[in-house]
Design a protein around this ligand. Sequence first.
Ligand code: ZN
Length: 400
Amino acid sequence: MLKAIKVRLYPTAQQEIALAKSFGCARWYWNYALNACIQHYEQTGKSLKLGVYKAYLPQLKVENLWLKEDCYSAVLQCVAINLNKAYTNFFEGRSKFPRFKSKHHKQSIQYPQNVKVVGDCLDIPKIGVVKAVFHRSIEGKIKTVTISKTPTDKYFASIVCQTEGSDNQASGDKTLGIDLGLKDFAIVHDGEQVTKHSNPKHLKRHQKNLARKQKKFARKVKGSNSRQKYKKLVAKVHERVSNSRQDFLHKLSRKLVDESQVIVVENLHVKGMVRNRKLAKSICDVGWGMFVNFLDYKLKAKDGQLLEIGRFFPSSKTCSCCGHIVDKLTLDVRGWDCPSCRTHHDRDGNAALNIRNEGIRILSDGGGNPVTADGGCVRPPTRTRARGNGQRSQKPTPYP
Ligand SMILES: [Zn+2]
């Protein structure tokens, strides 16, 4: 199993310069190769193969001596491989078209080999022995190391190691249904009881501070020192928001995964929801997608399973008691009585229980076709997939 560990690095002033040079070389080669790919496509209508732009390297190093002197050669090989990956992800509809890299954004380089852990330090080729803070021990064989610099001038190394087997911690075996929302972040039903986890609204807590600093930043003269300073301050607020969001999502997903073996969630169409401009900010801030990803990889590590059920499944409108589906249920209705069996439902708990039941039904069905209880007609397109093996269902458009 692959495991990634992120450590903070504290390079010396000299090492910072060496890192800046390496970042520069990797960025320059990425942009050069991407440009070559785009031009080749414009001229021939075909994409350039990885081997072709990899083969540019020896000549480029002759023409630009700094490329050879300032950067570890395997880092440049990695750039080529990553560009190829970016193209594949684009063509298979998983991501947008690769972009040119700017020196004003986050910087990173990747080492496929030869980075060693030496005591409390990381020995990095061409950079030297850099002081690091490890929060956990590095186990297994180091595969790749990615060194990055954030817009707030912090340095990190993400170390990917190959470890033997999965970490089978003794833990719960519940099946949880989770309804994700804005008011409550997650409503969890374990078959017996409902637990609500409120939405911490990370951005809202920092909104005033952010707006003030962004306004000041926007008023500074371009290229001035104080503009640089305010850019850092704005980046710092963003960093804090993102850190507290990740902290919350990691802790909650860890807790839920420790209790369970199977977790069922709704497949949310986040992209479509963000088009609702009134809610866009809250939806982006809440971090459902990141949460589902965290659940997924944490479950995989303990051989559990994440199940996403189709987004057209009427989780709120179905009675979890008798299966009756009501026609209408507006968002302001927090509780309702089933017209068929007279059970009173709390809106959210009912939805989470329905999601859980649907997940169990699909699992016992062997992931087969969804069939209603009376054997009658099937619901609108219920797409079900286990996470990880599928691809995002967005159709790629050739070149922007
Ligand atoms: Zn009912």
